[in-house]
Design a protein around this ligand. Structure first.
Ligand SMILES: *Cc1c(COP(=O)(O)O)cnc(C)c1O
Length: 468
């Protein structure tokens, strides 16, 4: 063994203690760090001829990057839809790495852990047993996997095994949606449908939810054509939900594949008052749910749920590799997901679900919703701002009350000023043609006091802008 490597191995205890101390100091000061790291450029480090060992690498990392690490997973990162990582989730992630098990093997603890975690998640979301699930790297891959299984189903309607024979039979397939996430369109590009296969139907007035009448008309006019409907359970700008019950009824009548993108909207199921938003989703053929957002586990984790494991196997199996066994006989998750060798990404979720249970998640979700609604109310009552949509769950979408032609520059300037304040991170968007700002609250640490800090800062920065 290389001398330096051997020495590190002998000092495992001292080294991991150092890493622990380093981690704890970050977690304790996360509130005080700027939320968004200032942009920085770095001179590139060359590959060393001889390394100086683990402890020295930690030291070099801290010297180079320590000052540039921000409170990204802290309580006031309200940009995109960004969860943090609960302490048990961090432990699960750390141990995933320590044990470094390949969650592709059959009959092993990792397989059992993934299956058990999926079952707990099904309970958390109140999904029927008929849904099986697997972990993938994020909601983009969950959408990809769901649509890949849908593609297999479409082919089957035409008597073609698309996984085997390719896409030729599906040249005219359409994917219908109203306000799809960009990752759905990206998935169409990756799957050979092409981005142009996406057909966006119109929404209800002042909404991001599909107009069911328009969908019905479309279905009537295109009876018998290969079709996937992608429904949104929580859009990123206004957390709007398609009417899943009505879509389920249409599915009965017209027989399309229904994929529901519930990346973060699924968490409405955790709170009794909001569960109804998901009514009808049990009729879906596939459902995407993210874990690294509202479940608050570290990147990269999401789940794809489906009721069609046979088609899923047809899509993702490793066929004809003797050393991998017979996909039809040996159950392995690697025959159901895009990845073959797989990190045990169920483990962080397992830890946090066991640690906090259904009540813990109801509290996290409910708390975020209450705070988002309070922010929405404050914005609505203040003449400097305009709330652009009701705060349905965890996202507040608003703009500045300035002349239309100044809106873009004003919202950009406000976001930049807030970034520089270090107190909060928000993201720009355009909602129904209006330049706007989004605040998305899905972090387990966010509290009352964070709302006060952010609201004071937003008002202060907006006032500075208008005076200028
Ligand atoms: C975030 C998000 C995605 C994509 O998720 P990643 O985890 O970034 O891959 C897809 N759909 C919706 C609705 C989302 O909010």
């Amino acid at each position: 063994m290389n001398k330096i490597i051997r020495q590190d191995l002998q000092e495992v205890d001292a080294f991991l203690q150092e890493v622990k101390d380093y981690s704890v100091s970050h977690l304790l000061e996360i509130d005080a760090l700027p939320v968004k790291a200032a942009s920085a450029t770095f001179e590139r480090l060359e590959l060393p001829r001889k390394g100086k060992g683990a402890s020295n690498a930690l030291q070099q990392f801290n010297e180079r990057y320590g000052q540039h690490l921000a409170g990204n997973s802290g309580p006031r990162n309200w940009g995109f839809v960004t969860g943090g990582a609960t302490l048990p989730a961090i432990a699960g992630d750390w141990l995933t790495t320590v044990f470094d098990m390949n969650a592709a093997d059959k009959d092993t603890a990792p397989l059992q852990i993934e299956t058990e975690t999926i079952a707990m998640l099904r309970q958390l979301f109140g999904l029927p047993e008929a849904f099986s699930g697997c972990f993938v790297t994020g909601a983009t891959m969950a959408n990809f996997a769901g649509l890949a299984i849908a593609r297999q189903w479409l082919g089957k309607q035409l008597g073609v095994d698309v996984a085997q024979e390719g896409m030729a039979a599906l040249a005219n397939a359409k994917i219908v949606s109203c306000t799809p996430h960009s990752s759905t369109v990206k998935s169409l590009a990756m799957l050979g449908f092409g981005r142009n296969a996406m057909l966006k139907l119109s929404s209800l007035p002042e909404r991001e939810s599909i107009d069911i009448k328009v969908l019905k008309e479309y279905l009537e006019a295109h009876k018998g054509e290969p079709l996937i409907v992608v429904a949104s359970a929580g859009t990123v700008n206004t957390v709007d939900f398609d009417d899943l019950e009505a879509i389920a009824e249409l599915k009965n009548e017209y027989g399309f594949w229904l994929h529901v993108d519930a990346a973060f909207g699924a968490f409405a199921a955790c709170v009794a008052e909001h569960r109804h938003l998901l009514n009808g989703w049990e009729a879906a053929d596939s459902i995407t749910i993210d874990a690294h957002k509202w479940l608050n586990v570290p990147y990269d984790a999401a789940m794809i749920f489906t009721r069609h494991t046979d088609l899923q196997l047809d899509t993702f199996k490793n066929a004809g590799a003797a050393y991998l066994g017979d996909p039809a006989k040996d159950f392995k998750y690697s025959n159901y997901t895009p990845e073959n060798s797989r990190r045990l990404r169920a483990l962080p979720a397992w830890y946090t679900l066991v640690a906090y249970g259904a009540d813990g998640y109801a509290d996290i979700v409910n708390n975020n919703i209450q705070l988002a609604r309070r922010l929405g109310a404050l914005i609505q009552e203040n003449a400097a701002f305009r709330l652009l949509a009701p705060v349905r769950l965890c996202v507040v979408c608003f703009t500045l009350n300035v002349a239309d032609e100044e809106k873009q520059a004003a919202t950009d300037a406000l976001i930049k000023a807030l970034d520089e304040s270090g107190k909060v991170m928000l993201t720009p968007t355009v909602y129904q043609g209006v330049p706007a700002i989004r605040a998305a609250l899905v972090n387990w640490r966010t509290e009352e006091n964070d709302l006060s800090i952010v609201w004071e800062e937003i008002k202060r920065q907006a006032a500075v802008l208008t005076v200028e």
